[in-house]
Design a protein around this ligand. Sequence first.
Ligand SMILES: [Zn+2]
Length: 113
Amino acid sequence: MHELSIASAIVEQAEEIARADGADRVSAVTVRVGELSGVVPDALDFAFEVARDGTALANARLVVEPVPALAWCDGCAEEFAVGIPPFFWCPHCDRPSQELRSGRELEITGVDT
Ligand SMILES: [Zn+2]
């Protein structure tokens, strides 16, 4: 289950951030998860509960901020949602676009101690 290794990495990184801050407990960690990151938020939630056991995050809450997958259309100078599975075709001018602007994020954006 690949969410478990991701959850373990999140726990490790959050512990490091908290320690650098002089804290030994984390109450919440916020992560941005892109629609195309390949991470299923529900699976990540579950994996996090397993991964946090016995760490500084034992009682921490995982806050997932979903990021929609958006592509940029040069012709329209507008972003459009590519959806799942991703379809890189501008719905406004009916042309292809490969320029993904967001949706692949997988990053910690906040650690509350
Ligand atoms: Zn367009």
